[in-house]
Design a protein. Structure first.
Length: 212
């Protein structure tokens, strides 16, 4: 088994202790950072994402795999910067103002990073202005918003309204998710996409960035 396959295998197993040394081994073998990232680290997390989507594994398995991937990323990051390897795209993520729930949002962050996106996580209780200003400052084309409370859902509409008011419709895309949300609710508030879970969020954001 090659080193990249072994990295992928150990990420799937959630073995954070072996992934850093395997990643260092791949670097020492002279493998390109892009290949280590895509075939090793992201390769393993892609399997995890597919299994989670199919309900074959559960949240603790995802968290263990994410910890293993992050351990490998810590070793690989200097090489990625040196080789200027691009991410799939930047996403600003947060739970909206007035809502302190972040378990679902954190899972979306894990899945996005595992798929190769750069995530700027603003945490919870995030104001509309903070979402938009952060996206502009970081040249991030997607704003992803989470809410668990029906009372905080309207804040998502405030974000989409503010984007339109500032003439940023073409520059920023929005995606919403959370227990009280639905496709109809997302459409009514003017969001570009709705995700019913973390795995679908990755798919929808891919579509948004490809012009879908």
């Amino acid at each position: 088994m090659g080193t990249l396959s072994e990295i992928s295998k150990q990420i799937i197993a959630g073995d954070a202790s072996s992934v850093p040394s395997l990643t260092q081994k791949a670097i020492s073998e002279g493998l390109p950072a892009r290949d280590i990232l895509q075939e090793g680290l992201i390769g393993g997390m892609s399997v995890i994402g597919a299994k989670f989507k199919a309900h074959e594994i559960f949240l603790p398995d995802v968290l263990m795999a994410a910890r293993a991937m992050q351990a490998g990323m810590d070793k690989l990051k200097p090489l990625l910067i040196k080789e200027d390897v691009p991410s799939l795209g930047k996403v600003v993520l947060g739970t909206v103002r007035g809502d302190l729930h972040d378990i679902g949002k954190n899972l979306v962050s894990i899945m996005l990073k595992g798929a190769g996106f750069e995530v700027i996580d603003l945490g919870n209780d995030v104001s509309p202005e903070n979402f938009i200003d952060t996206a502009l400052e970081n040249d991030a084309p997607v704003v992803a918003m989470s809410a668990l409370l029906t009372t905080t859902m309207p804040v998502m509409g405030e974000v989409t309204d503010l984007i339109r008011q500032r003439g940023l419709d073409k520059k920023l895309k929005t995606i919403v998710g959370g227990a009280p949300l639905s496709n109809d609710a997302a459409r009514d508030m003017g969001a570009n996409a709705y995700a019913y879970d973390a795995a679908s969020a990755v798919d929808r954001i891919r579509e948004l960035l490809s012009g879908g």
